[in-house]
Write a protein of this length. Structure first.
Length: 744
């Protein structure tokens, strides 16, 4: 080829790879967002989706690896033909499948996603390795591995484009056609690349045999690549669980760890290796400092710990991916290298999405992956030492063992809070850990000692004692306070209910007599008579059951079987057993189960289905409110719990009320210190009814000034701003409602 033709061909391949990667990672949050109305907002939904993506990516890489053995023209024909078959799945969307009735979608979710986008994702996933291979055999000069760094820029851009530009401004219907249009464009670009290979002349292009004799790659080296890829992949998913458990299962938060993960490839595989080298060199120190946060509890610790976790993910991913790049094979074995990388990605995803929830009662995969990273880090010391001297290895092993002993000793003798002694021990362990950086086993021992000291010992005790429980929908901790007088249930880092064991039938936490839901349920006989029918979405500890009065019919709707088991176990929480033992509990997603109840079933329906501070977005759309309205009697009351540390849901519910013809009022319960000591917690509840007179019977005079929003002892007017757009299954964005910056 001539020089101008080479430059043109290089630009074409680069554009094709960028477009394919952009499309591949644009579809990930898009299809997960489409699935929310069926799957709910549990963080595990995204992890299941990621496992499917990684499996399909593995399939695409395996296909590219096998196809690379065929003659170049045959490769072009087969690949274009597969692209044409993919057209049958356009426009993008989900197949018609409903969740299982047992409420456990751990295996059902992958099948839904594979059936919906499997063929499309498979053929697009092959772009990165296959186009690099075509680039190499088309006579182009330059390192083909550098194109992989460029492809991750396309992936990174696709991820950020969805939550920042696509989701806030376009409906799902438009998103489907946008993605489909880009798919057709990609097909055209691939066709042009295939034409470039087709037109090339000479024996080199008769088949795709390697240009140079490649060295044999040992099984050990391949397994090493698999391990280097598996740990960052798993750590990306475990970090995602940390984020979405306490914020929201939304694309903006889903994509942050994945974007960091992809960015690490761009740095690790770049031509300029200096940034990757320095990040790898200081990775042990980052791990020692950031790793100290992963076990910390509480709202402040959650935010600080998440920031530390993101920094930890980035550093580990760059270091391990750069080690893969350093040990990469010749370009002729490029597809096999990427195949091993993809195998590792699937194994890491499978461990976090399937194995860990079944095996562990807490998110133990996160610290275990950090320890695995400590073993795999490149052997780069912070202070250069002559490793030829065997005595240095023995000294470092002794330092690592000492760090482990100090960590275990400090955790065993110190309570689980910051103290001078613990700070001194932690500083000593970190110092020892930094000293042994570059020595894998000693550094592993030091890292284990630090994790044990900073919460690992305490969390292990909870797991061993049976206080920790886990399901597909989250992790739960049952604990005691106030010398055993108070029993609490925590989901993630958010308290979801508490019971006073010396007064077990008193409603507490967000459900006290002064809360919005407490006022409504206590007044239900006056509003609807002695035989009022009450529905509750979200069982929790069963606290609301103690508002039950003789003659009333109660029904709870709960998606998590484990939550039902916790609430029904009288040795754990006895609200149900003491107050409403005959209450009906319907298992499944509330959108689906409420749609099956008779029209006008309930006088009062309370919506309290949040998981930690994560919000099931699909329960706050217009379609969801239409379902609630159908289940309620014409003059029924809907109570919506909107207490949240990170997102202001007041305007969201107000917009839904306005769009659906509801009259609404808000009540903020700000308990005094004495009330908090008695089990009360601040709460925000919104009451809605399609009958203004019925709502007025509940609220009395409504304060329209809203000047006392945070100290209200009466109901406040709820009116949607003209700029607030009601959420629908087709459109929803939380960006305008984030209030993270308001948290202290």
């Amino acid at each position: 080829m001539k020089g101008t033709e080479l430059r043109s061909s290089r630009g074409l391949f680069l554009l094709t790879i960028l477009t394919g990667s952009f499309l591949l990672f644009l579809v990930q949050p898009m299809i997960a967002r489409m699935a929310l109305p069926r799957l709910g907002g549990a963080p595990a939904v995204w992890n299941s989706a990621m496992l499917v993506y990684q499996a399909l990516l593995l399939g695409g890489y395996a296909y590219a690896h096998r196809l690379a053995r065929e003659p170049a023209r045959r490769q072009a024909i087969i690949h274009i033909a597969l692209f044409a078959v993919g057209l049958l799945w356009l426009p993008l969307g989900l197949v018609d499948m409903n969740p299982p009735s047992d409420g456990s979608p751990i295996f059902w979710v992958p099948w839904l996603l594979i059936a919906s986008i499997g063929p499309l994702f498979f053929v697009v996933a092959a772009q990165a390795p296959l186009m690099q291979r075509w680039y190499a055999i088309s006579g182009n000069k330059g390192e083909p591995y550098a194109l992989y760094a460029a492809s991750n820029i396309g992936s990174f851009t696709g991820l950020l484009t969805y939550p920042l530009l696509v989701e806030p401004f376009t409906a799902l219907y438009s998103q489907k056609w946008l993605w489909s249009g880009i798919y057709v464009l990609l097909m055209a670009l691939v066709g042009m690349c295939a034409l470039t290979v087709w037109r090339a002349s000479g024996e080199l292009f008769a088949c795709a045999e390697p240009e140079e004799k490649a060295d044999h790659i040992s099984v050990r080296r391949k397994l090493y690549w698999v391990a280097l890829a598996a740990v960052p992949s798993g750590l990306m998913l475990s970090t995602t669980s940390h984020l979405t458990t306490d914020l929201m299962a939304m694309p903006l938060l889903w994509v942050i760890p994945l974007a960091i993960y992809l960015l690490s490839f761009s740095i690790a595989f770049a031509d300029n290796q200096r940034p990757a080298y320095w990040i790898s060199r200081f990775a042990p120190l980052v791990m020692l400092v950031a790793g100290s946060f992963i076990f910390l509890q509480g709202s402040k610790a959650a935010v600080n710990g998440l920031v530390a976790s993101l920094g930890l993910l980035f550093t580990i991913a760059v270091a391990l991916h750069n080690e893969m790049y350093r040990t990469r094979p010749a370009a002729s074995q490029l597809t096999g290298f990427y195949l091993m990388m993809s195998v590792g990605g699937v194994l890491g995803g499978f461990f976090c999405a399937i194995i860990a929830p079944l095996l562990f009662n807490w998110t133990w995969e996160h610290p275990l992956l950090i320890l695995a990273a400590a073993v795999l880090l490149p052997k780069i010391t912070l202070v250069p030492l002559d490793k030829t001297d065997g005595r240095i290895t023995y000294v470092m092993a002794a330092f690592g063992l000492l760090a482990l002993i100090l960590g275990v000793f400090g955790a065993a003798v110190e309570p689980d809070y910051i103290s001078v002694t613990k700070v001194i021990i932690a500083a000593t362990v970190i110092t020892l850990g930094a000293a042994v950086a570059g020595f894998r086993v000693p550094f592993l021992l030091a890292m284990a000692g630090l994790l044990t000291l900073n919460g690992g010992y305490y969390n292990a005790q909870l797991s061993i004692d049976g206080a920790r429980m886990r399901s597909y929908f989250g992790t739960y901790t049952v604990d005691s306070m106030d010398n055993g007088r108070v029993r609490t249930l925590t989901h993630g880092t958010t308290m979801h209910g508490l019971q006073l064991l010396d007064d077990p039938t008193r409603p507490t936490s967000y459900y006290t007599a002064n809360s919005g839901v407490g006022k409504a349920l206590a007044k239900a006989p006056e509003l609807y008579g002695a035989g009022a029918s009450i529905g509750v979405v979200g069982l929790g500890t069963g606290t609301l059951a103690c508002y039950h009065q003789p003659g009333q019919q109660w029904q709870f709707f709960e998606i998590d079987p484990l939550m039902v088991a916790i609430a029904r176990d009288r040795k754990v929480f006895s609200f149900l057993e003491k107050c409403t033992p005959d209450a009906v509990i319907t298992l499944g997603d509330a959108r689906l189960t409420l749609a099956e109840v008779p029209k006008g079933q309930f006088d009062v329906l309370a919506l309290d289905a949040f998981s930690s501070d994560a919000i099931p977005l699909h329960l706050l759309t217009q379609e969801a409110f239409e379902t609630y309205g159908r289940a309620l009697k014409p003059d029924g009351l809907l109570l919506v719990h909107i207490s949240n540390r990170y997102i202001d849901l007041n305007p969201v519910v107000a917009a839904e009320a306005k769009a659906n013809g509801w009259t609404a009022a808000l009540r903020h319960d700000g308990p005094t210190d004495a009330m908090i000591n008695a089990g009360a917690r601040p709460s925000l509840w919104i009451a809605l009814s399609r009958n203004p007179q019925k709502l007025a019977q509940l609220t009395g005079k409504i304060d329209k000034t809203k000047s006392a929003y945070y100290n209200a002892e009466q109901w406040l007017e709820l009116d949607a701003a003209d700029s607030t757009r009601a959420w629908t299954d087709d459109y929803a964005s939380v960006l305008p409602h984030l209030s993270l910056w308001k948290n202290k």
